[in-house]
Ligand binder design. Structure first.
Ligand SMILES: *Cc1c(COP(=O)(O)O)cnc(C)c1O
Length: 428
């Protein structure tokens, strides 16, 4: 039987760092990755057939658990008709119609192939629409790896301690201004210093790439008002929160609307899909109607659309999915909090809906600077102990735990038992 160690050794010879996306390398927890052979429901299996309860969920897409039957059937049907045509298909119309129905304020949708591509395109669109160049983003928010967004980014970039990637031109980064999450004054200051120059403010409405951080009461509303006053577009990067916090994502959950919304992860049901969307007036600036160019050979791919469509249809017609994932995440979050108190482990639990993060921090975490104070050595200990006990967590302090509709009360109970054992070890 192959094992993860052997595969990783082979991988490192032919793939940079042995992985096709940095956070998978387990570097932040000083460990080596597991190679996965299959997954079903809430469980994931490595190549040695070890079973884990999975809280990574492919980094967000698997809101219905792994290998959902309805999604599989939809994909199987699509595959039989051909993998790609480079011409319009019915499923593209269906998914766009479905999204406009599910999400308040969205009138048009353009499909792309990843969250990175969605954000990159949304930013070009905002610049084209406003005829301005500058962008405001928030420290610790991750918006994919396009040049202008690799400035004080979160996720793997945060973990690796590389605030700016090599290879990003200085003049590109210069147009990306950074504000502090949950600090409206820091945004007001940038607006005052750059009058009539800001095309867009982009934000993760719930930050989920520096751990999980909720927006403070009224922060998003104030941000929206500030953008309106300045003729600036507000972009919600809902690559994680879209279709997860609610059918209508963060816009519905917080009752705040954005001008452009970006999607990825859940929207593809596990296939490589992204999208950007907004009201007609803005979206019609995109080619071939308008002058903002954006294209994709495999965009709206029929197999990918079949997966996304099946997943979104289930979410549209099953409100109990949201009730279930939020309830399970609450039991889990509350349980962890109690155990941290019981074993005197300095942990702060942040939770918004089905997104959770256990920060090994002494005090409450509301922004990037506070997140960075977390004890990453403690997280690594926690991670390794949990893995040994059959719980697969994100291999970094600065990522979310994703709860899916396949997580049962038993899964949560078993996870809390593992956490109790781990906290007991850690408190010694
Ligand atoms: C994952 C993520 C992206 C990038 O999506 P990819 O599909 O990995 O390119 C962008 N924004 C947010 C908020 C994300 O979580």
């Amino acid at each position: 039987m192959v094992n993860s160690q052997e595969l990783f050794e082979r991988a490192k010879k032919v793939i940079p760092g042995g992985v096709n996306s940095p956070v998978r390398a387990f570097k932040a927890v000083n460990s080596n990755p597991l190679f996965i052979s299959r997954a079903k429901g809430s469980k994931i299996y490595d190549v040695e057939e070890t079973e884990y309860i999975d809280y990574v969920g492919s980094w967000g897409p698997m809101i219905l658990g792994h290998n959902n039957e309805a999604i599989l059937k939809s994909v199987e049907k699509a595959i039989c008709n051909g993998l790609s045509f480079g011409a319009p298909v019915e499923a593209e119309v269906q998914i766009a119609e479905l999204i406009t129905e599910m999400v308040p304020g969205i009138e048009m949708v353009r499909m792309v192939n990843s969250g990175t591509e969605a954000v990159m395109s949304a930013i070009r669109l905002a610049r084209g629409f406003t005829k301005r160049d500058k962008i405001i983003k928030f420290e610790g928010c991750y918006h994919g790896h396009s040049d202008s967004m690799l400035v004080k980014a979160g996720s793997g970039v945060l973990t690796a301690g590389v605030p700016d990637s090599m290879g990003v031109p200085k003049n590109v980064a210069a147009d990306t201004l950074t504000a502090i999450y949950n600090d409206i004054a820091s945004v007001e200051k940038l607006f005052a210093e750059n009058k009539n120059e800001i095309s867009a403010v982009i934000i993760e409405p719930v930050a989920a790439n520096m751990g999980v951080i909720a927006p403070k009461e009224d922060f998003l509303r104030e941000l929206s008002a500030l953008c309106k006053r300045n003729g600036t577009l507000l972009i919600f990067d809902e690559v994680i929160t879209g279709f997860r916090l609610a059918k209508g994502g963060a816009q519905e959950y917080f009752g705040v609307s954005a001008d452009i919304v970006t999607y990825g992860k859940i929207i593809g049901g596990g296939m490589p899909v992204g999208a950007y969307a907004g009201r007609r007036e803005i979206m019609e600036c995109v080619a071939p109607v308008g002058g903002v160019y954006q294209a994709g050979t495999l965009s709206g791919n029929p197999v990918a659309m079949a997966a996304g469509l099946a997943q979104l249809e289930i979410l549209r017609s099953n409100e109990q999915v949201y009730k279930h994932i939020n309830a399970m995440a609450k039991i889990l979050g509350d349980g962890i909090e109690l155990l941290a108190q019981k074993y005197n482990v300095p942990a702060n639990i942040n939770r918004v809906g089905s997104l959770l993060c256990v920060f090994f921090a002494e005090s409450v975490v509301t922004n990037y600077a506070e997140a960075k104070k977390s004890d990453t050595v403690a997280y690594a200990k926690y991670f390794k102990s949990m893995l040994k006990k059959g719980i697969y967590l994100a291999p970094s302090q600065f990522e979310a735990m994703f709860v899916s509709s396949a997580h049962s009360e038993d899964d949560i109970k078993n996870t809390l038992n593992a956490i109790e054992g781990t906290f007991m070890e850690m408190s010694k």
